[in-house]
Design a protein around this ligand. Structure first.
Ligand code: SF4
Length: 412
């Protein structure tokens, strides 16, 4: 009965009620998506014939993605740099922006952080020393196409090359958005599943891509079902940006399906506090209420989120939404990424500005994914600063030194 109701929810008309007006209902059961005022104004201005029901249909959002300069110019005033980048498109990562995400962009500000993450600029065409197409050497750790087996007990399964939005700093820009559907066919999936089934060391499978949550429910369900029934696969994970760029995709029907495959974890790719809208809040609530542990992944980006204040706001906002900040990534040196990359010292400064100054749950692990395939290497400011006889000298978050008696009699 409950499932039938949930499945019917997608066809229910949206309600104008705000979340605060219905405190006695869990968000999981709500048949509508709350729309933030900025998106409402945008929809009414640029899509006057589109109802809220259509806008809240994730398939409508995908059908109406903004993919070229003539569409984008309707919504924002492009800078000369953006125009040149879009007109001189050289076959690299295409542009794609959902109307929902476009509604978050400021029309007159090319420096706006979220705008910079999705609108191409000419910096993408400048290659700098040390940059590579596949800096993490994923392709050389791939026993079957679409599967990366780098660490002992887990694999990364690239299940699609499609995303609703293409992030201009995407580590997999060599793979995604090319319409080759390289990994999106049953044959590739079956080979990857057979590899996992034949390797009992694999206890953890991370679905990524592209964005797995852009797959239709039935395909995702099939895939999760096949993996879930492999006895040695102890957990499944999905890496996705959908709750942020296409929150309408997190329907009650999707959530009802996902919760059948526990233990299932979801890592949400989040970049900036401006992305934490009521829609994203509702998507996170639905997932969390289904018992899905949520973590976040954020790439450190120059001029976008490279300050303690921005990151504090982002991480505290995520914790309020029951998302544990998981990884802060140093930006990978993909081709044309210099305008996005910061020095490592900036990441350490941000880490230092978080640790001790806010709840530990709001502090992610800062990592470099080592070029050449070395895997994630955590970076930490120095806290063990020396020894004084039997005492270890430790530096706290305020820079003060403390002694810890580091000798225990009888311990070998
Ligand atoms: S959502 Fe992920 S895979 Fe897709 S473009 Fe962004 S970083 Fe790349």
């Amino acid at each position: 009965m409950q499932e039938a109701l949930l499945l019917a929810d997608e066809t229910e008309p949206p309600s104008p009620l705000s979340l605060r007006q219905v405190p006695d209902q869990t968000i999981y059961n709500l048949p509508f998506f709350v729309e933030n005022p900025q998106s409402t104004a945008f929809r009414k201005q640029f899509f006057p014939k589109t109802s809220l029901t259509q806008w809240n249909d994730w398939r409508w959002q995908l059908r109406n993605r903004i993919t070229d300069i003539s569409q984008l110019e309707r919504f924002i005033r492009l800078s000369a740099d953006e125009q040149e980048a879009l007109r001189g498109e050289r076959g690299g990562l295409p542009m794609s922006i959902t109307p929902y995400y476009a509604s978050l962009l400021r029309a007159d500000d090319p420096t706006q952080p979220v705008r910079r993450t999705v609108v191409p600029t000419c910096g993408e065409y400048l290659c700098s020393p040390g940059e590579q197409q596949d800096p993490l050497s994923e392709d050389s750790h791939s026993p079957v196409p679409g599967l990366i087996h780098r660490y002992p007990d887990r694999v990364l399964f690239l299940v699609t090359d499609f995303c609703s939005n293409y992030c201009r700093y995407c580590t997999r820009s060599r793979l995604v958005g090319r319409d080759r559907h390289q990994h999106f066919n049953m044959n590739q999936w079956k080979k990857a599943i057979a590899y996992i089934a034949g390797n009992p060391v694999v206890r953890d499978v991370l679905l990524s891509g592209g964005d797995p949550l852009t797959l239709p429910d039935d395909k995702l369900e099939w895939l999760l079902g096949e993996l879930h029934r492999i006895p040695h696969v102890e957990m499944l994970r999905i890496g996705t940006k959908v709750p942020v760029v296409l929150p309408q995709r997190v329907t009650p029907a999707l959530v009802a399906m996902l919760r059948r495959f526990h233990p299932l974890w979801i890592s949400i790719h989040v970049t900036h506090p401006d992305e934490l809208t009521p829609e994203t809040t509702q998507a996170c609530e639905r997932l969390a209420d289904a018992g899905i542990p949520l973590g976040s992944q954020t790439v450190l980006l120059a001029g976008i989120n490279d300050s303690v204040a921005t990151m504090t706001s982002l991480y505290q906002g995520l914790v309020r939404r029951r998302v544990k900040p998981y990884y802060l990534y140093q930006c990978d040196p993909i081709l044309g990424s210099a305008h996005f990359r910061t020095p490592v010292s900036k990441g350490l400064e941000i880490y230092q500005g978080l640790r001790g100054h806010t709840t530990g749950y709001a502090v992610p692990t800062y990592v470099i994914d080592a070029p050449g395939g070395g895997g994630k290497i955590p970076l930490l400011p120095e806290t063990v600063v020396g020894r004084d006889q039997d005492n270890l000298l430790l530096k706290n978050y305020e820079g003060r030194i403390f002694r810890y008696p580091d000798v225990i009699k009888g311990y070998n």
